[in-house]
Design a protein around this ligand. Structure first.
Ligand SMILES: Cc1cc2nc3c(=O)[nH]c(=O)nc-3n(C[C@H](O)[C@H](O)[C@H](O)COP(=O)(O)OP(=O)(O)OC[C@H]3O[C@@H](n4cnc5c(N)ncnc54)[C@H](O)[C@@H]3O)c2cc1C
Length: 399
């Protein structure tokens, strides 16, 4: 097929304009501005889905420290916050506010000659000679390398919720809940399912809007400052992790390090305060066994201890599972790839098999460790991929 005027030629095509795709774009630009990078996304705006998610869930601060962000300069966000006089979160370890993080990313994007994302969703991918050909309805991209930074994932819906989940809006997953457009919730009773920070944010917002909340979680609340112990961001744990050649053992270590959802101590303190005023009931070590939609459009949840909880809405903060197969057009390239517990076994350079296709985000867990999907992982993945493609390894400060 001959090329048309809508075709795009690039050295590197990145799918996904989230923090990970941005980190890779900024790094290529830093290494060699002549490298032609094209970024595809559902939106032509950088970080659109990140911003939407923080807005919908009304999350005022990040969980990660201020040195984690998409820029190759570790201290750039800290400098920006001081220079622009942004207010601090005031929380332990001083994570940046959502507002400061987003303003910083905008400044970095505006100051850099990187192009805006191109609106295109890949429908098919094929490799011919030295070229990866990415077809979307909108255009065809011919690139030498393809980077998947689109965070392909499956929403986790508990078995008891599956039957009614799609039938009505009284049961929603955190990926759909829009608190920013939900005002008065007085007299509403909400069950929030999950023990991570998203569950806690949902709980807090619902309470602030006047609702009564049952927070139901399978385990006791896990209290940790960060998603994973900071030892996983440096040699303390990563030296042994990288030395482990058995893929199953590595992924087991990564899973154990994340150990499900957790909340920082400051959030636990908030929840305990809310609980003492009677509007919140934290039901630890309880599972929902079944859910029934009653004739008056309420949910009757039966817990593992056979107690019943009647609520107006159920909010699932049950997370998502990273899943490269969720990106259908990538499937032909996954046959030869070993998967362990859903994670692809990539090369150290995050390459998927023999083709010039790389992954970022949680899909890079085997090579990078349990924090691959976090902001920390964005700059680390970008470095490894860019070093493989360009042969240049940038030594950024603070990393
Ligand atoms: C509520 C929440 C809060 C978090 N807070 C933090 C935090 O404070 N610190 C931290 O380190 N981590 C945090 N994380 C974890 C992680 O950093 C985020 O999930 C982050 O968004 C991951 O970045 P990403 O670029 O991999 O994916 P995303 O931000 O999801 O970006 C992927 C992009 O790909 C696009 N896309 C998807 N599919 C396609 C397709 N088929 N074609 C084209 N484009 C596509 C999407 O539109 C999106 O723009 C948080 C996660 C959640 C859910």
């Amino acid at each position: 097929m001959g090329k048309t005027r809508r075709d795009v030629n690039a050295d590197v095509c990145i799918v996904g304009a989230g923090p990970h795709g941005l980190a890779a774009s900024l790094l290529f630009e830093r290494i060699d501005p002549s490298i032609r990078v094209v970024v595809l996304d559902q939106s032509n705006e950088w970080l659109k889905s990140w911003k939407d998610q923080f807005k919908r869930l009304e999350i005022p601060t990040l969980r990660s420290p201020i040195v984690h962000h998409p820029s190759p300069d570790s201290f750039a966000l800290d400098d920006f916050v001081k220079r622009e006089d942004f207010s601090l979160s005031g929380l332990p370890y001083n994570p940046p506010t959502t507002e400061a993080f987003e303003a910083f990313c905008s400044e970095v994007i505006n100051a850099s000659p990187i192009d805006d994302p191109v609106v295109a969703i890949p429908r098919s991918i094929r490799c011919e000679d030295d070229c990866v050909i990415i077809d979307s309805h909108e255009k065809t991209i011919y690139a030498r390398y393809l980077i998947i930074a689109s965070n392909p994932q499956q929403t986790i819906i508990p078995r008891w919720a599956k039957r009614t989940y799609h039938q009505n809006s009284l049961i929603q997953h955190s990926r759909e809940i829009d608190l920013a457009n939900t005002n008065d919730m007085a007299d509403q009773r909400i069950a929030v399912i999950g023990g991570g920070l998203t569950a806690a944010h949902l709980t807090r917002s619902a309470l602030d809007k006047g609702a009564l909340v049952d927070l139901i979680l399978r385990r006791p609340l896990q209290i940790r400052n960060f998603d994973t112990d900071p030892g996983w961001l440096g040699p303390k744990y990563l030296t042994n992790y990288y030395a482990e050649s058995d893929a199953h053992k590595r992924i087991k270590l990564a899973r154990e390090a994340r150990n499900g959802g957790s909340i920082p101590p400051w959030m636990r303190d908030y929840l305990v305060d809310y609980e003492s005023n009677g509007n919140l009931r934290i039901r630890e070590s309880k599972e929902v066994a079944s859910a029934k939609l009653t004739s008056c459009a309420r949910y009757e949840l039966t817990l593992s201890n056979e107690k019943q909880v009647n609520v107006d809405q159920v909010w699932l903060a049950t997370g998502t599972q990273s899943d490269l197969y969720a990106m259908e057009c990538l499937r032909p390239f996954l046959h030869g790839v070993t998967f362990v517990d859903g994670f692809p076994v990539t090369s150290n350079s995050l390459r998927l098999g023999q083709n010039p296709i790389y992954v970022m985000g949680r899909s890079a867990t085997f090579a990078l460790g349990p924090s691959a999907g976090n902001l920390w992982g964005a700059t680390r993945a970008a470095k490894r991929i860019a070093a493989d493609i360009t042969g240049v390894e940038l030594i950024a400060n603070g990393s």
